[in-house]
Design a protein around this ligand. Structure first.
Ligand SMILES: CC(C)(COP(=O)(O)OP(=O)(O)OC[C@H]1O[C@@H](n2cnc3c(N)ncnc32)[C@H](O)[C@@H]1OP(=O)(O)O)[C@@H](O)C(=O)NCCC(=O)NCCS
Length: 169
């Protein structure tokens, strides 16, 4: 399988912007994206995810692989040369709005770019890809939970606060 070939049928093929290849995840990418996810948790939350959540790597792959196979998710990779430098994911949410009223929504997560390659528009590109995917699947809204670092990115991408509320339990 070539670097730009998708492991999952029906997903968009790669595109190159400013020398960075944006493409769907392929089977051989899982170890790399798990490493990026661990780096992301370390940076945002300041802990080592492996001892805190034993087995999370297998559950992460299962969660996204199942949804990718059913076209209920997309997993985008940014690649510079041979290096995977960023990622972003999006999946369809199931709730009363989607199940009863047919109002589909999407959840965006795992938006991460390696520190040395930040402020080049890579995360913005990845975020737009997730939004485009959600729109193409009939979603009327895309949701996410931002880290403090992600907030200016998402504001620039058009996200904003809503009437949604929550209670920590
Ligand atoms: C947040 C993150 C994904 C941004 O990646 P990035 O590739 O540097 O972002 P971009 O270059 O696409 O930024 C697009 C715009 O977002 C805003 N922005 C991004 N990072 C910013 C920062 N650290 N401070 C202020 N504004 C920022 C800017 O408006 C920027 O446009 P500009 O550079 O022309 O001013 C990256 O810093 C990261 O991986 N952080 C750790 C993980 C994380 O917090 N992810 C978000 C999870 S919810």
């Amino acid at each position: 399988m070539s670097g730009t070939e998708s492991a999952f049928s029906g997903l968009p093929r790669g595109k190159i912007v400013d020398g960075v290849l944006y493409r769907d995840i392929a089977e051989q990418d899982w170890p790399t994206v798990l490493g990026l996810r661990a780096d992301m948790v370390d940076e945002i939350d300041g802990f080592d995810i492996d001892p805190k959540h034993p087995g999370w790597r297998q559950r992460f792959v299962r969660f996204y692989r199942e949804r990718l196979q059913d076209d209920r998710a997309a997993f985008f990779i940014a690649q510079a040369g041979p290096d995977t430098i960023g990622m972003a994911t999006v999946y369809l949410l199931a709730n009363h709005r989607s199940e009863i009223f047919g109002q589909q929504s999407a959840y965006i997560s795992n938006v991460y770019v390696k520190p040395a390659l930040r402020r080049k528009g890579i995360a913005l590109q990845l975020t737009f890809m997730t939004v485009d995917w959600a729109r193409s699947r009939g979603c009327i809204v895309a949701r996410l939970r931002s880290s403090p670092m992600g907030r200016p990115l998402y504001v620039k991408a058009g996200f904003g606060p809503t009437e949604e509320m929550e209670l920590g339990l």
